[in-house]
Write a protein of this length. Structure first.
Length: 172
């Protein structure tokens, strides 16, 4: 595979072009486990911004998160945990996940279990949102592997501060 590089507007363009070419090459070859692993790793290469995955079945919460974080992150929204897992299994690896607990198809507890049991996804910071102020629910989420628990209705500035702290500790 040979590339002619003349001039690129940004690293994002270069990475996207390389990603596209690599995926074409991979898709034309027999698939081996190591190739799939490399494909997932390459898909998660950083471009110019971090990616925030917001998972909530309430469209209004998705819109609030998208509006508030759009200047700092590439925001991707999904309506339930199953759709979010499918999106990530396609090779999209977010830098942080914000997920509701009460969702259809796959609730937040099952989502935490799935993410934390995956070798590819277990490192992603996970903040859970809930309208339930029960101490038992907070403990259950944190013991299952959530990095934080935020009560709805939430202050977007507080949520942003929590995300910043988590990402700072990860060196991002």
């Amino acid at each position: 595979m040979v590339f002619k590089i003349v001039s690129f507007v940004s690293n994002r363009l270069l990475i996207n072009l390389l990603r596209q070419k690599l995926l074409q090459e991979i898709d034309s070859q027999p698939i081996y486990p190591i190739v799939t692993l490399f494909k997932l790793a390459f898909m998660s290469l950083s471009t110019d911004s971090l990616t925030l995955l917001a998972i909530d079945d309430e469209i209004s919460i998705q819109q609030i998160l998208e509006h508030y974080f759009k200047d700092s992150f590439t925001v991707v929204t999904k309506g339930n945990g199953k759709d979010a897992l499918n999106w990530m299994q396609e090779g999209h690896i977010p830098d942080v996940i914000i997920a509701d607990i009460q969702m259809p198809v796959m609730d937040g507890y099952e989502f935490i279990d799935q993410v934390r049991s995956s070798g590819f996804l277990s490192h992603i910071p996970l903040i859970m949102l809930s309208g339930n102020d029960s101490s038992e629910n907070r403990i259950r989420c944190l013991e299952a592997g959530a990095d934080d628990y935020v009560l709805k209705p939430f202050n977007p500035r507080e949520l942003a501060a929590r995300i910043t702290g988590i990402l700072r500790r990860q060196g991002k």
